[in-house]
Design a protein around this ligand. Structure first.
Ligand SMILES: [Zn+2]
Ligand SMILES: [Zn+2]
Length: 372
């Protein structure tokens, strides 16, 4: 692609312009087309590639080789409060940060060359459906104040559609370990007891563990291990938004992003891979325990080698917003692929106290019944 084309801001790309009125077309969630919000004109999205969805070599990628993908030029605005850098729809001329709600200084937006994402999971859930998901979520909250659903109804216009950057890793791991296997065995032992002043000899089965040193090797293949590349959306929120329908990924195409914000990654591929290794560790430990076998296991040490590391740089869709209850602000995020809601929420102290008292009364009632 000639460099002059790359340097054009996203907004001026012809494929994003309405052929009847010239306005910017927006991607319509759940469809395969762009829509003009002024005259209603729709444009089918032309896929940029029919190639299969594959991973790219991680080592090549961190060496700066992103296949043949050209970089992307976009106007980026950074949040002074939480550090999120996002692209904005071109018609937005005043906005608050989607993550922390701080005002953004649009005048400070800068044109930047960005790493082009490999794939995008297009928005499936539209703004109005996201509002329904949010209201259902509110209704189903346990121990929430009674007036919560009366006072909070949500406002779809305040839902910010944003693509959150993620790294997806595939790797084949080989782990050499050393540890011990504990096998239970039982010995019949005698003991004496005093019953009604008489010494009585009784027997019982006593459990012992025999330990054997074991070393070995386990292999485990990870696919699509997701690490959020955003520092602004907390990692535990990102984890709880999983699973994503990754089979619906399509080749990155700016038409799918049109009308939405898109966050630029803050966690690079190398830092993300370190996080991925931490996420792999408990699974590898489970594999080692299964390999050691026996009734109990101890792991003294292990060393994992990751082979054939593949990576995808992907954008995942979310609606982010806040609600106010009792003058306190609560953040929530809707997975715009599944409708899953993850959010902060108020608790009713009275309901929790009532539940604890009810449980205590129940326990006492059971004890009294058992004694009788
Ligand atoms: Zn139009
Ligand atoms: Zn922010």
């Amino acid at each position: 692609m000639p460099s002059t084309e790359q340097e054009q801001p996203v907004a001026l790309n012809n494929s994003l312009q309405c052929s009847s009125c010239g306005a910017t077309l927006h991607f319509a969630p759940g469809t395969h087309h762009l829509q003009c919000s002024y005259c209603g004109e729709t444009n089918e999205i032309q896929e940029t590639s029919t190639a299969p969805i594959v991973s790219f070599d991680y080592l090549d990628f961190i060496a700066g080789n992103n296949g043949s993908a050209p970089s992307l030029s976009a106007s980026v605005v950074s949040c002074k409060n939480c550090g999120a850098s996002t692209t904005l729809p071109p018609e937005v001329n005043s906005d608050n940060c989607a993550f922390c709600a701080s005002p953004l200084v649009i005048a400070d937006a800068q044109s930047r060359q960005l790493v082009r994402p490999h794939y995008v999971l297009p928005f499936l859930v539209a703004q109005a459906q996201a509002l329904d998901s949010f209201r259902n979520w509110l209704k189903k909250l346990w121990w929430a104040p009674n007036d919560l659903t009366k006072l909070v109804s949500g406002d779809a216009r305040q839902f910010k559609g944003i693509y959150i950057p993620h790294w997806s890793f595939d790797t084949q791991t080989v782990t050499d370990y050393s540890g011990s296997r504990g096998d239970y065995y039982y010995v019949t032992e005698t003991y004496t007891e005093t019953v009604d002043g008489q010494e009585v000899t009784r027997t019982e089965e006593v459990r012992y563990t025999s330990w054997t040193h074991i070393s070995g090797r386990v292999e485990y293949d990870f696919t699509d291990l997701l690490i959020s590349a955003s520092n602004s959306l907390p990692q535990d929120v990102a984890n709880r938004l999983e699973p994503w329908a990754l089979e619906k990924l399509v080749h990155y195409n700016e038409q799918y992003v049109s009308g939405f914000r898109s966050e630029i990654y803050q966690i690079d591929a190398e830092a993300a891979f370190q996080a991925a290794q931490k996420k792999m560790e408990p699974i590898i430990r489970e594999e080692i325990r299964a390999d050691i076998g026996g009734d109990e296991q101890t792991i003294d040490g292990f060393n994992t080698t990751c082979k054939d590391i593949g990576l995808k740089y992907i954008l995942l869709p979310a609606w982010i917003s806040t609600y106010k209850y009792n003058n306190k602000l609560y953040h929530f995020t809707v997975n715009a692929c599944t409708g899953e809601v993850v959010g902060e929420r108020p608790y009713s102290a009275a309901k929790i106290a009532f539940t604890i008292i009810a449980v205590l009364i129940l326990i006492i009632a059971i004890i009294v019944m058992v004694k009788q």
